[in-house]
Unconditional design. Structure first.
Length: 229
């Protein structure tokens, strides 16, 4: 198992750093298929060293350090590392609140007549609900999308009318975030392409924070009222 994970998101929690990590189980045979010569074949820059032969289960890790670090310079700055380590201390506690808030907000939105649909695996109505329960037994995270009746213009007005939410493209913050992808990150695509990418003109994406859930709902309620008036 090999996981490449962004530490920019929930690990820190406050959207102040950029970083990533690689988690390797060390169980993959990099030499078996011949498809990974950088790990199985001699490395000229290191006097013919064969990473898999020399380091075994740690071959990918050492290759990432020796080659990746050398070529890309991907060293996290000390302050970012400090913030990330501090954030990890409260990760479990924060995620409980993120997930609980997201579930409550998603359930409220799903019942609201101003909303066409909600795409959140934590809802029983989601086709991915059973899978989410198996893969994410503690909850389906805090990121989801929903469609607003009134289309593109209603979504733009919704985002502009929110007071608690921050209008930004990132996610995984302690603060609640929202973005209308069709008018921002995906605006260069046609409506058909936007829909295929899950960013249809009538859809907004939210990252639910750890504020009081009732405050989040109240903000969405007043903004939806203005957007669909």
């Amino acid at each position: 198992t090999l996981v490449v994970h962004s530490t920019t998101k929930y690990l820190t929690g406050n959207g102040t750093v950029t970083g990533g990590c690689i988690v390797d189980s060390g169980k993959f045979d990099w030499s078996a298929s011949g498809k990974f010569p950088s790990l199985s074949a001699p490395e000229p820059a290191y006097h013919g060293l064969k990473f898999h032969e020399t380091f075994g289960p740690l071959s990918y890790t050492f290759h990432s350090i020796a080659i990746g670090l050398r070529d890309l310079g991907m060293t996290m700055n000390p302050q970012a590392a400090h913030y990330t380590l501090m954030g990890i201390e409260t990760l479990s506690l924060r995620m409980e609140r993120h997930v609980a808030n997201a579930r409550k907000v998603a359930e409220w939105l799903e019942k609201d007549p101003r909303v066409e649909f909600v795409t959140y695996a934590g809802l029983p109505s989601s086709p991915y609900h059973d899978r989410a329960k198996k893969i994410c037994p503690k909850g389906a995270g805090a990121l989801f999308t929903f469609a607003v009746r009134g289309g593109y213009e209603a979504c733009v007005k919704l985002v502009d009318s929110l007071e608690l939410f921050s209008h930004v493209a990132n996610l995984g913050d302690t603060r609640s975030l929202i973005i209308h992808s069709a008018s921002t990150t995906h605006r260069q695509l046609s409506p058909e392409q936007q829909k295929a990418a899950g960013a249809a003109p009538n859809v907004v994406r939210v990252s639910i924070g750890i504020e009081d859930a009732d405050d989040i709902i109240a903000d969405l309620d007043q903004a939806l009222a203005k957007a669909t008036a």
